[in-house]
Design a protein around this ligand. Structure first.
Ligand code: P70
Length: 457
């Protein structure tokens, strides 16, 4: 008999959950203007809003917190952090930032600007916003078949090389200051990118002298998929695979709140000496001195430990198995999700869940809200609230209406996951009664974080 893949840890310290009634949650959601970002975490039972900064640190990481060196210049913890990043990612310059978007902001500020175009498999929310804020254009280059939620592909995050070549030809290489790929592809379902594709992107960009930057947030999960799905990698360790992935690139931006097991942290890593010097000059202006950037010494110490833990094979196999379990159970019940499931989350297809709610009545936001009311579970909308666009005063819906249930790392147990599946199954049985929403207030950038909504009559 095949033995269960179990949580590869035991629990030393716990946080109590606060239970609420359905009537209480209905009122809480109303007060939060139908935007779960505005709900207090204490009022959430199982928080699957994000896997970012929400992971549980290990005892070793907490130990690191105690010995962190808080020196302003030349901190020992920075040296340890820098060494770890160099060992895993292989880049010459390691520029510490407080989180991923600060690295994006510095890079886009230096290389972006009006007339520039930045390709990616899919830009996630902050990356797109940072590109567009400079006046540049963020272009997503997934193959058409990868946009079909039901289509099973082993590397559904692969960037379309033919589309990349065409883009470079159309706008001219001098207008493409750098190209990106996001591993795993968060906007498209947490889907992995193959080594072959990373190599091909690198070759294509380098043929035109364009630097290649990897958005590395979930690099360890991506390495695991390469190990288990791509021929030739089964006998390599995730660290060896990560090494190879980044060997094809000129730099990386990373949010260490994901596969760094950190509650905060990030970096910009580069090989180019001149660009790195310019980036450090901005860093000092906005984040801090180059040996801490936006982090405390204790954060860097914990992250240097966490980065290795994220590459542990037992951990990765358990992590991917948990996501797979939730996905398989929902598929069995006829609930449409993005297939195959990705590394950090299950993405529900809200268009299929609520076929009676049109995209501009935000079916994915409706599903997020119903999930909260029914079970106290908080997910996040990845649809027209997050990625809808106003073109000539008319709102254009996003490509997909998804609800992401992101699993924080090492936080919830299998019983929590089963509970989430049960709540969804109940909702699915009663889905006909749900109705749409409209936005009543929104900010100019990243509106999903703070928009206010109300139910349509
Ligand atoms: C998430 C968070 C952050 C992120 C990312 C990729 C591929 C860069 C960043 C920025 C954002 C989020 C979304 C919804 C709810 C809460 C949080 N992704 N690149 O959960 O990194 O946050 O450190 O600035 O996924 O996916 P940072």
């Amino acid at each position: 008999m095949r033995r269960e893949i179990i949580e590869p840890f035991r629990i030393k310290s716990v946080e109590r959950l606060r239970f609420t009634t359905e009537a209480e949650r209905r009122e809480i959601l109303r007060q939060a203007k139908y935007n779960p970002f505005l709900i207090d975490a204490e009022d959430v039972l199982i928080d699957l809003l994000t896997d970012s900064g929400t992971s549980a640190m290990s005892a070793e990481q907490w130990g690191g917190i105690m010995v962190g060196d808080e020196s302003y210049a030349g901190s020992r913890s920075f040296r340890r952090f820098e060494k770890t990043v160099r060992q895993i990612f292989g880049f010459r310059h390691v520029i510490p930032t407080h989180q991923g978007r600060a690295a994006e902001k510095i890079l886009c500020g230096l290389l972006g600007g009006p007339g520039k175009v930045i390709p990616n498999n899919s830009h996630f929310d902050t990356t797109r916003a940072n590109v567009e804020f400079t006046g540049a254009q963020a272009v997503d280059l997934l193959p058409d078949e990868a946009r079909d939620p039901a289509r099973e592909l082993p590397f559904k995050g692969d960037l379309d090389i033919a589309k990349l070549e065409k883009l470079i030809r159309d706008v001219g290489p001098s207008n493409v200051p750098f190209g990106m790929v996001t591993v795993t592809n968060n906007a498209g379902g947490g889907q992995p990118v193959s080594m072959a594709n990373i190599r091909a992107i690198s070759e294509t960009l380098r043929a035109h002298g364009i630097p290649f930057i990897v958005d590395a947030c979930r690099f360890a999960e991506n390495a695991w998929f390469i190990k288990t799905r791509e021929p030739g990698y089964a006998d390599k360790t995730p660290a060896e695979i990560a090494n190879e992935m980044f060997s094809y690139a000129d730099g990386a931006t990373m949010s260490l709140k994901k596969d760094g097991f950190g509650n905060i942290g990030g970096f910009l890593a580069l090989n180019d000496d001149v660009l790195a010097e310019r980036a450090r000059a901005v860093l000092i202006l906005t984040e801090g001195f180059p040996t801490y950037g936006g982090m405390a010494g204790r954060d860097m110490e914990a992250l240097a430990i966490g980065l290795w833990e994220a590459l542990d094979e037992r951990y990765l196999s358990y992590r991917i198995a948990t996501v797979r379990y939730l996905a398989d159970r929902l598929i069995e019940r006829g609930i449409a999700i993005v297939r195959p499931p990705g590394g950090h989350a299950v993405y529900l297809d809200a268009k299929d869940f609520y076929p009676h709610i049109p995209p501009l009545e935000y079916p994915a936001q409706v599903l997020v809200n119903e999930l909260y009311v029914a079970g106290g579970v908080r997910g996040v909308e990845i649809g027209s609230v997050m990625f809808g666009r106003c073109v000539d005063g008319v709102e254009q819906p996003a490509h997909q209406e998804l609800v992401r249930l992101a699993l924080p790392r090492r936080v919830y147990t299998q019983a929590h996951v089963i509970y989430v599946a049960q709540v969804l199954e109940e909702l699915h049985d009663n889905r006909g009664s749900a109705r749409g929403l409209r936005i009543v207030k929104q900010p100019p950038y990243l509106r999903h974080f703070t928009a206010e909504l109300e139910p349509l009559d």
